[in-house]
Design a protein around this ligand. Structure first.
Ligand code: F6R
Length: 269
């Protein structure tokens, strides 16, 4: 795993945007896997800024979102479709018809997963998957004990996740307890993975992901099996890492190497 520790959430957002931009420059018709939640908001804002500032274009991109709640319509204020439309899609030149989010209102939610998997395959697979991480180590809505070979399917959210996400729902509003999520095996098939975490609340989950044993109890630890997973975190999220100094040392050396040999992958800091 590549661990990039940056000073603050703004620096994390810029570095993640560099990685996404480099991916799109290499392959303008990239298939991006996207996440909702607070972690990627800075990244989306930075991509929008680059779009309006110098025309970074998403017109040939296809996107697949990780997950969606079951039981609230796509146009509900708290659906992940609405989140993506409002936070990102409407603000860049992406073709809305090429943005995919699992259907949380399907007559039979059990059929959604296999169809979503097929669609991802039909588009050639995901080139770059963006992830956040739950305080319990979940990725997508793969909660602790999710099979490391899981595919897109229905999952029941844990009490912890429901509490974490309750801030988005009014006290008397229906808060879904079920979701459709890409599985861990689906995520691991992405050619490159970018996990974003900021703040002290994520420090334990980050430590267990990077330095803990590979375990279904910490779904994000499955990223240890991926060839090209990059974890981009701020100082607060890195605060519990035992080998923090080592990752910084590796990063500094790598930066020199990248600057020398792959300048196109090097945009800003
Ligand atoms: C969202 C998702 C979740 C979040 C995670 C962290 O699409 O798949 O795994 O990434 O719950 O959420 P935030 O970023 O709000 O802390």
């Amino acid at each position: 795993m590549e661990i990039l520790i940056l000073s603050d959430p703004e620096a994390v957002a810029r570095r993640c945007a560099d990685i996404v931009e480099a991916q799109m420059k290499t392959m303008p018709n990239s298939v991006l896997g996207l996440a909702t939640g607070s972690s990627p908001i800075g990244l989306y804002e930075e991509l929008i800024r680059r779009h309006s500032e110098y025309g970074l274009s998403f017109k040939d991109v296809t996107t697949f979102n990780l997950d969606e709640y079951i039981g609230i319509p796509a146009d509900h204020s708290q659906s992940y479709r609405t989140f993506m439309n409002e936070t990102f899609f409407k603000k860049v030149d992406i073709d809305p018809a090429r943005t995919f989010v699992p259907d949380g209102m399907a007559d039979n939610p059990l059929n959604v997963g296999p169809a979503y998997e097929e669609k991802i395959q039909a588009e050639g697979g995901i080139d770059l998957q963006v992830l956040g991480i739950g305080s319990d180590g979940h990725i997508g809505f793969n909660e602790p004990t999710s099979s490391l070979r899981s595919r897109t399917r229905v999952k029941t959210l844990t009490k912890q996740t429901l509490v974490d996400n309750s801030r988005f729902f009014a006290p008397d509003e229906f808060q879904p307890k079920l979701a459709i999520t890409m599985g861990i095996a689906t995520i691991l098939e992405a050619r490159r993975i970018l996990l974003i975490a900021t703040g002290e609340g994520k420090a334990e989950a980050v430590r267990d992901t990077v330095e803990g044993p590979l375990s279904a109890f910490v779904p994000a630890s499955a990223l240890q099996l991926h060839e090209r997973a990059t974890v981009v975190i701020d100082e607060a999220a890195a605060s519990q890492l035992k080998l923090k100094d080592y990752y910084q040392f590796v990063g500094d050396l790598q930066d020199d190497l990248v600057k020398k040999h792959r300048p196109s992958d090097w945009i800003s800091r």
